[in-house]
Design a binder for this molecule. Sequence first.
Ligand code: CUA
Length: 165
Amino acid sequence: MLTVLILCLIPATRYNQIDVPLMRYLKGSRTVDPLSLHLAGEFVENNLGTEQAADGSVTVRMIAQQYVFVPHCILVPAGVPVHLRITSADEVHSLAFTGTIYNVKVLPGTISEARLQFSNPGEFKTVCREFCGAGHYAMRSALKVVPRDQFPILRSGERGNCEAQ
Ligand code: CUA
């Protein structure tokens, strides 16, 4: 009986003592503290949204949390590489752009990265595809793809979203 108990406990302690630190180490800079996202670092509120690089490519930073995606509506130019960086403030979520092949799993403590590109202008519904609690089915937002010349010119430090258009 005692042996059975010990065998059951080993995986549980091993997970926190070995697996979690090991995963952190292997992931390196892709880790982030889910409890302080709004206080400091890459995912503070005024850094969320679309950032434009000198070469015209864009980086979109988002947070998934019960039960919203922030920003609620993201704006990107068509035909341009989009580098997505997203993390979760709580549970595991999954960001899917309906009508596209893109589906990104989002975990607390980790930055999920994806390379996206949308060839044509249009609006896509964004939904959560991972059950994350009572409000899961209401966790939806939008992605707006506009022609390149209609995308606002962003100053350094400025971030685009649908309201900024
Ligand atoms: Cu978030 Cu389901």
